[in-house]
Design a binder for this molecule. Structure first.
Ligand SMILES: O=P(O)(O)OC[C@H]1O[C@](O)(CO)[C@@H](O)[C@@H]1O
Length: 557
């Protein structure tokens, strides 16, 4: 990978000059070229990526590809996939792609083939899933488990939450005996709701934490353990003891087996993964247990196969046809050359409700960095501010700003081409397919209007200021043939690799997250001060007053 400041390269300078001209070119002018739609559209692994509504031209793309080569992107891709230590600050590989290699593949890292271990874990997951689906996993009183609650946060929550929601339609018949839930917030509010409603005899907790030190997760886990012990042991259910509760109501997923054991997770209930899997890249293995519970192991393997298909494409397609590379370059162009630093993720499918939240972590925790590999502060922008929501709902919320606000925003519109054609009842199918058409019409209308502005109307005429649309907001449209485990796997892998390519160009490490560490430390100190009622004397006036407000409230003042 190239460690020279990227903004001092010839390719960057040429892009800066070219951007002068492009900044004053409206998208509607670019679309005078009728061939543009096709020219900027590529397909792979069940996805169609339309980048024609980006404010770029053939020349822009050629210059961006030069930039990618100058930044060492092709070598970076090979290094990532070969298991080199691309996570420089933590001196380890980032091998999420190994989690989706087929069983017959081999990937030797530090003298060891990692693939057999990956598949051994998948097989252990399969055994757990089969027992739960068959109602053979019983709680301490002998009743089959009905509710499984995943306790995790960040990468140990967002991926499984997003995918289980997206693929709920793929639930096999035997999975209907088990309901999967998620609790992540450290304030306990999500968990408290479950504890009010669920029967402890039939509830299993999956404690998901790569580090097994995350206070958010461990505080939820402690509450869950106390709840189970209070209800099943202290209330004196005959024959039930603590050991049985720990063995029959807790599974642990982590890279730290010793910490799981210390906490009380039975060894047989520990699912392991590796330090070389980043938290936000971890849904493909043991952290994906809730996914496998909802969609079944066969569909989980399809999810992996879809991601692997995207990995193969990423490894082999020439840069100019490579979907993750193209998506990354569009982002670089917007952030660094057109000064567009807000990015909205807008799925037009209710099943992708949690996709934006998932991408917020993937992109911003990966690339929200300002130090390069060699510790230098960058002199250019890196990750944009990324946020999103279901597109149809966002139309009634923040699209006003997209259309008439003052901020340039780039949008990713995401939708499946086909939906509801398999609904059995003919009348319902007809109505639902019409709703899908309506949704696609809205999706395409919005990106067109954002692009053209007033020109989207046949006869724009004179319009008062408050009715004018200036257009020229760029967007990407991503179509899935249909939303299946395989295409969702490919979609996620596409964004993972996009993030990697952008990091390679910016010269930053997408696989660490040092920026979240200090906050955890200071929160720990603050928690002690809150409990001890002293130690705040030398703090800033604002924090002091906030702490005092809590103490007043605790005293009922
Ligand atoms: O899985 P863990 O170790 O509990 O971490 C949860 C999340 O916390 C973070 O480390 C950030 O604090 C994320 O990177 C991670 O996904």
């Amino acid at each position: 990978m190239n460690h020279a400041p990227i903004d001092q390269t010839g390719a960057w300078q040429r892009l800066m000059e070219h951007a002068e001209e492009m900044r004053t070119t409206h998208l509607r002018e670019l679309f005078l070229d009728q061939a543009r739609g096709h020219a900027f559209t590529q397909q792979a692994a069940g996805l169609t990526l339309d980048l024609s509504k980006q404010r770029w031209s053939d020349t822009t793309l050629a210059l961006l590809l030069d930039l990618a080569r100058e930044a060492g992107v092709p070598e970076g891709i090979q290094a990532l996939l070969a298991g080199e230590r691309v996570n420089v600050s933590e001196d380890r590989p980032a091998l999420h792609t190994a989690l989706r290699l087929p069983a017959e593949a081999s990937l030797v890292v530090d003298g060891e083939d990692v693939v057999p271990g990956v598949h051994a874990t998948l097989d252990r997951m399969a055994t757990m899933v089969a027992r739960l689906h068959a109602r053979q996993w019983r709680g301490a009183t002998g009743r089959p488990i009905h509710d499984v609650v995943n306790l995790g946060v960040g990468g140990s929550d967002l991926g499984p939450l997003m995918v289980t929601h997206a693929l709920a339609d793929y639930r096999p018949a035997d999975a209907h005996h088990v309901e999967v839930h998620f609790a992540s917030t450290m304030d306990g509010s999500q968990l408290a709701d479950y504890l009010n409603r669920f029967n402890p005899e039939t509830t299993l907790f999956v404690i998901s934490s790569k580090s097994f030190t995350t206070i958010d997760t461990l505080s939820n886990a402690r509450t869950a353990r106390d709840w189970l012990l209070a209800r099943l042991v202290n209330d004196g259910i005959q024959g039930v003891d603590e050991e049985m509760v720990m063995r029959q109501h807790f599974v642990g997923v982590s890279a730290k087996p010793e910490k799981m054991s210390e906490w009380g997770i039975a060894e047989a209930n520990q699912l392991l993964f590796w330090e070389w899997v980043g938290g936000r890249y971890s849904l493909w293995g043991a952290i994906g247990l809730p996914i496998a519970l909802v969609i079944g192991m066969a569909n989980f393997r399809e999810l992996l196969a879809g991601a692997h298909a995207m990995d193969e494409h990423f490894a082999k397609a020439p840069l100019g046809d490579n979907l993750p590379v193209l998506l990354a370059l569009a982002g670089i162009w917007n952030v660094n050359f057109l000064d567009i630093r807000a990015h909205s993720i807008l799925p037009y499918d209710g099943r992708l409700e949690h996709f934006a939240a998932y991408l917020e972590q993937l992109e911003m925790e990966s690339n929200g960095k300002s130090a390069t590999h060699d510790g230098r502060q960058v002199s250019y922008s890196t990750c944009p501010v990324l946020w999103g929501q279901l597109g149809p709902n966002a139309q009634h919320a923040f699209y006003q700003l997209l259309h008439q606000g003052t901020q340039p925003v780039v949008c990713d519109f995401i939708a499946p081409l086909t939906r509801y054609d398999d609904v059995e009842d003919a009348a319902t199918r007809k109505h639902l397919m019409a709703q899908h058409r309506l949704t696609l019409a809205n999706c395409f209308a919005q990106s067109r209007l954002l692009m053209l502005g007033d020109d989207a109307i046949d006869e724009p005429g004179e319009r008062p200021g408050h009715k004018r649309y200036r257009g020229n907001q760029p967007s990407t449209t991503l179509l899935l043939d249909r939303l299946t485990p395989a295409t969702l796997g490919a979609l996620i892998a596409l964004y993972e690799h996009k993030v990697f390519v952008q990091a390679a160009i910016w010269g930053i490490n997408p696989f660490d997250q040092w920026g979240v560490e200090l906050g955890k430390q200071i929160a720990g100190e603050t928690e002690r001060i809150l409990a001890d009622h002293h130690g705040h004397e030398n703090m800033d006036a604002s924090t002091r007053a906030l702490l005092e407000a809590v103490w007043h409230a605790e005293r009922g003042e």
